[in-house]
Design a protein around this ligand. Structure first.
Ligand code: C2E
Ligand code: MG
Ligand code: MG
Ligand code: MG
Length: 278
């Protein structure tokens, strides 16, 4: 918290600090009740084959609409939910809802579309994640391969005792495992060899700068090289322009995601795109 100042080892109490603490408490109070009050929904952003333009998967992104706070972006509340621990309950809702949606699309004759769900490091720390996921899949008779989990390098930093075992069980179930925002964190390349993961998502932080920014180009090339030599899949996030799409294709990146194709869409809209009728 940039507004916090430390004096003599204690936090100095400023009006801004009081205000920001009040805002935080207010948000956390609402956040605690949000799941029960049905305030969350998921939108789905297509992952697109960069050559064909076809949809290969859907990333589920949470949205929170609160009558007092308005529409809150995940970047504003996920961190709080992680600190309070509420993310565990929220994350369980997200997993179940994403599976329910995948089953609904399947039952509507759209085939099994893989849904990618963002999973917080806290979910690895405090619950039997593999068990939660197995139940969510079984509830709707979905195969593990209908689900992809996106987690950040934070999961690996926290290094919960069971993380590697959880990965192994999930992989055995057929669940696709992907490191999100790759390149933003503390990418100790050492762990990439030991982890039973399937792919990486190249952070939009670097995609943003291509094809003009030389250092962003260099990072994208390096990540593509790592993915290729380790036999991992690669998805480029945050593709907004045709130039970026072409750059990724030339780099050999097969799949992309971004506003050039679509933002997160309500499920009906996503289904229309799947049918090719919009
Ligand atoms: P993320 O998983 O890296 O998701 C990508 C974010 O980039 C999404 O923001 C998406 O709307 C945005 N985005 C997609 N394409 C573009 C583009 O072309 N340009 C730009 N500028 N942005 C693009 P969103 O939905 O606000 O989510 C932000 C972050 O919040 C996510 O980053 C993820 O880390 C987290 N998050 C979202 N939903 C969940 C969830 O259900 N559980 C957890 N634990 N975290 C979530
Ligand atoms: Mg993600
Ligand atoms: Mg990401
Ligand atoms: Mg992100």
């Amino acid at each position: 918290d940039s507004k916090r100042r430390i004096r003599n080892g204690r936090q100095e109490f400023t009006p801004e600090l009081a205000q920001s603490q009040q805002n935080r408490l207010r948000m956390e109070t609402h956040l605690r009740r949000a799941a029960d009050n049905d305030e969350f929904r998921l939108v789905y952003q297509p992952q697109v084959d960069l050559r064909q333009g076809t949809i290969v998967a859907a990333e589920a992104l949470i949205r929170w609409q609160n009558h007092q706070l308005g529409e809150m972006r995940p970047d504003h509340f996920i961190g709080h939910a992680e600190n309070t621990g509420d993310i565990v309950r929220i994350g369980r809702w997200v997993l179940r809802e994403a599976c329910r949606q995948a089953a609904e699309w399947r039952d509507a004759g759209l085939g099994i579309i893989r849904v990618a769900v963002n999973v917080s490091y806290r979910q690895f720390l405090v619950e039997d994640l593999a068990d939660t996921i197995r139940k969510a899949l079984d509830e709707h008779g979905l195969p593990g391969s209908a689900l992809e989990l996106e987690f950040t390098e934070r999961v690996l930093i926290e290094d919960a005792p069971d993380t590697l075992r959880t990965f192994a069980i999930l992989r055995e179930m057929g669940v696709i495992l992907t490191i999100d925002d790759f390149g933003e964190g503390y990418s100790a390349l050492n762990y990439l060899r030991r982890l039973p993961i399937h792919g990486l998502k190249l952070s939009q932080l670097f995609v943003e700068g291509v094809p003009d920014n030389h250092s962003d180009v260099a990072v994208c090339q390096a990540v593509a090289g790592i993915a290729r030599s380790l036999g991992l899949g690669l998805v480029a996030e945050g593709i907004e322009s045709e130039a970026q799409r072409r750059f990724m294709l030339e780099l050999g990146v097969p799949v992309g995601q971004g506003f050039l194709f679509a933002p997160g869409l309500p499920p009906e809209e996503f289904a229309r795109r799947l049918r090719g009728t919009s």
